[in-house]
Design a protein around this ligand. Structure first.
Ligand code: PXG
Length: 442
């Protein structure tokens, strides 16, 4: 084929992630550009972003300070090696992230996604115990309905069946806490449900079964996002922390969604007043503008690794693009913007408005439950007989094509998580349009 042959502009070559490819390619939902709270289709139709992309564009889209920082960085330094060399922005960003994290969560390891960050945290946990002479602590405890990305580590500790069942035997030595959701006890809750703290005690049962000396760490999302917005029951995280302390288990909070303002604080650890040993982050750190993820570890964990000869690498782990200059520049600009516009406090102030607006959909056809926490909402729809997930999928399609609103669909749940710059009026619009889509699929 001559090099100049035109490439047909069809959609077949791209095997799309987490998308029904055939349905999409028959009727695509294409995005051409974005600004602040809106996406624009190639035809110029304006779609309200009810989901901050995939829970990541917390500062809104194409914000000038972030765009400018990326442009400047690309002109100045495109890449420098992540191993054995460094550039100044990585330290600047790490300091800013550490300053936002509570207590002595001060040591920041960079990756490029939430999935990589989860694997990193799990590996640090195993290596940490090894360094302390407790190499027998190899088990990892996750939770049913947990989502920790799609690496083998993440799907092993994760608890979403479809993400696991096709992929073999996964990591050995993993066990799971029960999910915290119970519709009978919790339906239509704003914020943290009153019922369910006792489910943390299941960790006692798991420890009794395997013995503490074999367990390295427990990983949970403080608020489970992907599985449909499940806020932690009141007191649940405190109990997990206490049991981890009792048995010397590391507690890892996966804050890929909850980090950077989603729940009205820099991190959920702050909202709940519970100190994990590590925080996993991604998404909001760059407001989605450049891929980045990372792990924040407590000082003691970092210090445990800082022995041996001076010239020897302490942790055999890292990625070519760890602390990539463009990601670090975007991250620094993003965190500055969050501070300048006080966006975490804004999310906190909007939480009751958002919750009230969400609950106006109670009583709409097929709505079984609505849950809200921070600027997140999950709406469970009754499935169509014999076709699990179809109604929610149709509602997402109708929302995009007919109601000009972007929503996320996960199984039978619609999820909303707008950028933190959303106005009160736009919150009203989001739920009005989602209501329209729900009625359209009645
Ligand atoms: N942990 C958590 C808690 C997440 O929510 C990941 C890890 C993995 O991050 P990466 O960057 O590898 O995708 C996530 C990602 C959705 C949705 O709509 C959620 C995620 C990603 C895409 C869609 O629920 N969360």
């Amino acid at each position: 084929m001559p090099a100049t042959a035109p490439i047909p502009n069809d959609l077949e070559s791209h095997w799309m992630s987490f998308t029904p490819n055939r349905a999409f390619k028959r009727r695509p939902r294409m995005i051409a550009r974005a600004k602040d709270m809106h996406y624009f289709t190639p035809e110029g139709r304006k779609v309200l972003d009810g989901t901050a992309g995939l829970w990541c564009t917390n500062a809104g889209h194409n914000r000038d300070p972030i765009v400018d920082a990326i442009k400047r960085q690309a002109e100045e330094l495109d890449y420098s090696p992540a191993f054995q060399y460094a550039h100044a922005k990585s330290f600047e960003l790490a300091n800013k992230v550490a300053a936002l994290a509570p207590g002595d969560l001060n040591r920041v390891f960079f990756c490029n996604s939430g999935s990589e960050a989860v694997d990193t945290a799990l590996k640090i946990a195993l290596a940490y115990h090894n360094m302390r002479g407790e190499g027998g602590r190899t088990r990892l405890i996750g939770r049913e309905r947990g989502y920790h990305g799609v690496g083998f580590g993440g799907i092993s500790v994760g608890g979403i069946v479809n993400n696991r069942k096709m992929f073999g035997s996964l990591l050995a030595g993993v066990d799971h806490l029960p999910a915290t959701y119970n519709r009978e006890q919790q339906a239509f809750t704003k914020g943290e449900p009153a019922w369910g703290a006792h489910l943390a005690d299941e960790l006692e049962r798991i420890v009794a079964l395997h013995d503490a000396s074999t367990i390295a760490a427990v990983i949970v999302e403080p608020m489970a996002g992907s599985t449909g917005v499940l806020a932690p029951p009141k007191g649940y995280l405190e109990r997990l922390r206490a049991i981890c302390d009792k048995y010397g288990l590391l507690l890892i909070f996966d804050e890929v969604i909850t980090g950077f303002g989603r729940l009205g604080c820099a991190f959920a650890a702050e909202r709940y007043g519970v100190m994990p040993d590590m925080i996993v982050f991604a998404k909001g750190v760059t407001s989605g503008a450049v891929p980045m993820g990372g792990v924040i570890a407590r000082d003691g964990i970092y210090e445990t690794f800082m022995r041996g000869p001076d010239h020897a690498i302490e942790l055999f782990h890292g990625y070519t693009y760890s602390a990539h200059p463009l990601a670090c520049a975007a991250g620094v600009a993003t965190l500055d913007l969050y501070r300048q516009e006080d966006l975490f406090a804004r999310a906190k102030a909007l939480e009751p408005v958002f919750a009230d607006a969400a609950m106006t959909l109670k009583g709409f056809p097929n709505v079984l439950d609505i849950r809200t926490v921070g600027l997140c909402c999950g709406i469970d729809l009754a499935s169509r007989a014999g076709s699990p997930g179809l109604r929610a999928y149709e509602a997402m399609e109708r929302g995009f094509h007919e109601a000009d609103v972007m929503v996320r669909v996960a199984g039978e749940t619609l999820a909303l998580s707008p950028p933190l710059i959303v106005s009160e009026a736009q919150i009203g619009e989001i739920f009005e349009r989602v209501g329209q889509a729900i009625k359209a699929v009645a």
